[in-house]
Design a protein around this ligand. Structure first.
Ligand code: S3P
Length: 198
């Protein structure tokens, strides 16, 4: 369920309006590691384009009727991944929208294929140090509840970055205002979204 009120497309600046028109029913899908800023940047991007923002993790929690840590604890990661892939498949039918996905979602080949078909993937790529600093602020990520979260983060980066690199657009997520990142995403989208009216 989107959590933001929409603008009328006629209220958008011309470049944004043309981009939204060219998107059609496709979603802008934010991918990347935990702590990369997918949800906070995604909300601001959606606001700028006047389209809904949807957070896949929130929708998974809604569908399961429990929090992600509880899903991991009670049903295990395999069940979580199956639910994640189902929920994202359903959400991808709801574009245009900005869809933020959990860090592991793009590792599923079927999910990657669906995103390619029905969306434009944007990888928010952040350095290890940036991610480590950010993830230390929260303790609700089951995958990082290990004896050495920094080492786990490094391993996840090594395994995941080759798959993330398949994204249509890569943006360096760093410690600048979210508006700067949003501006870069919009600029790149204007270049790559096919059929965009100039
Ligand atoms: C996960 C990332 C989390 C959430 C779950 C698993 C991952 O989402 O989906 O804890 O595998 O990286 P965020 O990337 O939004 O933190």
């Amino acid at each position: 369920m989107p959590d933001l009120v929409l603008h009328n497309i006629s209220e958008l600046p011309p470049a944004e309006a043309a981009l939204v028109k060219a998107l059609g029913h496709r979603s802008i899908v934010l991918i990347g590691m935990m702590g990369a800023g997918k949800s906070s940047v995604g909300r601001k991007l959606a606001l700028r384009l006047g389209i809904p923002f949807v957070d896949a993790d929130t929708e998974i929690e809604r569908a399961a009727g429990m929090s992600i840590p509880d899903i991991f604890e009670i049903h295990g990661e395999t069940e979580f991944r199956a639910g994640e892939s189902r929920v994202i498949a359903r959400l991808l039918d709801g574009g245009p929208q900005v869809l933020a996905t959990g860090g592991g979602a793009f590792m599923n080949a079927a999910t990657r294929a669906r995103i390619r078909e029905k969306g434009i993937s944007v990888w928010l790529k952040a350095d290890f140090e940036v991610l480590l600093r950010r993830i230390k602020r929260r303790s609700d990520r089951p995958l990082l509840k290990t004896a050495d979260p920094a080492a786990t983060l490094r391993q996840l980066i090594d395994v995941r970055y080759p798959a993330y690199a398949e994204a249509a657009i890569t943006i360096e997520s760093r410690d600048v205002l979210h508006e700067v990142i949003v501006g870069e995403i919009v600029e790149r989208l204007c270049e790559v979204v096919p059929g965009r009216a100039s």
